[in-house]
Design a protein around this ligand. Structure first.
Ligand SMILES: [Zn+2]
Ligand SMILES: [Zn+2]
Length: 309
């Protein structure tokens, strides 16, 4: 079968590879791209196995054994470590990662699979993976009514649409005018720079935006840090507001199995305008060019169809 294989930074080759072997094999119909794929392609990533390796972690397709339409979640928590036993599988110490959506078929443990609601297209179902992370981030943030979201990329817009569906007032800050237009289209208030809010989500993943998130917090606010900075990064923060304003800085990472099912249900209910984020459908060969342009222009997720030539 054909698959996109990473050989090193910015070295992606589409090749014939052996059929995948695992508990269940899924014929990939749609695998969406995300910021993590850009990082994996550009510099590698801690969850990638050694090169050469396959990637793609937002994957929807059809089981080859029983024909069921499934989302292939990108990980299965171990269920035995301390965070797992404490009910926090998002930070499992020993998850099994399931990568390889950018290939014609992917093997996965049955525990990674989620049935796709009947009328939900594959491309939308694939977006349940990042959407589940947004659902988890909102659970980390609490119930404040006045919310600022820093970053109008796919994650920022997913956060905004879920918060708006809960009836909250949402401001989205982004320097990119196309992303501000998308924020306005979903009903958020767009701006270039946040004022101060009772709840702030950082959805960019850079040291300067982590600092901006703290600077955009009202006294007593919760700041949820959703965007992961490059490995080894350190961020300096002003101690004064963190201490005297009792800011709560909370990391947010990944999702649980239940949050993935919630995300599929949210997509099926129409609460999340996924079409707004849907980029072109592309072939495996078009992946490098798509990943290279991911950080500019409107927020969008390309839909890789590995069967396409
Ligand atoms: Zn992703
Ligand atoms: Zn665990």
């Amino acid at each position: 079968m054909r698959a996109a294989i990473l050989y090193g930074p910015e070295d992606l080759r589409v090749e014939e590879v052996p059929e995948p072997d695992g508990e269940v094999v899924v014929e990939v119909q749609a695998a969406t791209t995300c910021g993590t794929d850009v990082k994996m392609w550009r510099h590698g990533h801690p969850v990638l196995p050694p090169y050469p390796c396959s990637f793609g972690h937002e994957t929807a397709g059809v089981r080859t054994d029983d024909g069921a339409r499934v989302l292939v979640s990108d990980s299965v928590a171990c269920g035995r470590c301390e965070p797992c036993l404490a009910g926090r599988p998002q930070i499992c110490r020993d998850p099994a990662w399931v990568l390889g959506g950018f290939g014609e078929r992917i093997a996965a443990p049955a525990a990674a699979l989620h049935l796709i609601p009947d009328d939900l297209p594959f491309a939308a179902a694939a977006m349940a993976e990042p959407l589940a992370a947004a659902i988890h981030a909102i659970a980390r943030g609490g119930a404040a009514e006045d919310v600022g979201v820093l970053g109008g990329g796919p994650m920022g817009l997913m956060l905004a649409s879920l918060l708006l569906a809960q009836g909250r007032s949402v401001t989205v800050a982004d320097r990119n005018p196309e992303r501000r237009d998308q924020a306005a289209e979903i009903g958020a208030r767009p701006c270039e720079r946040l004022e101060r809010h009772a709840l702030v989500f950082e959805a960019v993943g850079r040291p300067d935006t982590w600092r901006q998130a703290v600077a955009s917090a009202l006294p007593g606010a919760v700041v949820v840090l959703v965007g992961g900075c490059p490995g080894g990064t350190e961020v300096s923060l002003p101690t004064r507001p963190v201490h005297y304003d009792e800011l709560e800085l909370r990391g947010s990472f990944h999702h649980s199995r239940d949050e993935v099912d919630e995300a599929l249900a949210a997509l099926a209910s129409g609460a999340v305008p996924w079409e707004l984020l849907r980029g072109e459908t592309i072939s495996l060969e078009q992946l490098p060019a798509a990943l290279a342009t991911a950080s500019g222009g409107p927020a969008r997720k390309w839909v890789v169809d590995p069967r396409r030539r």
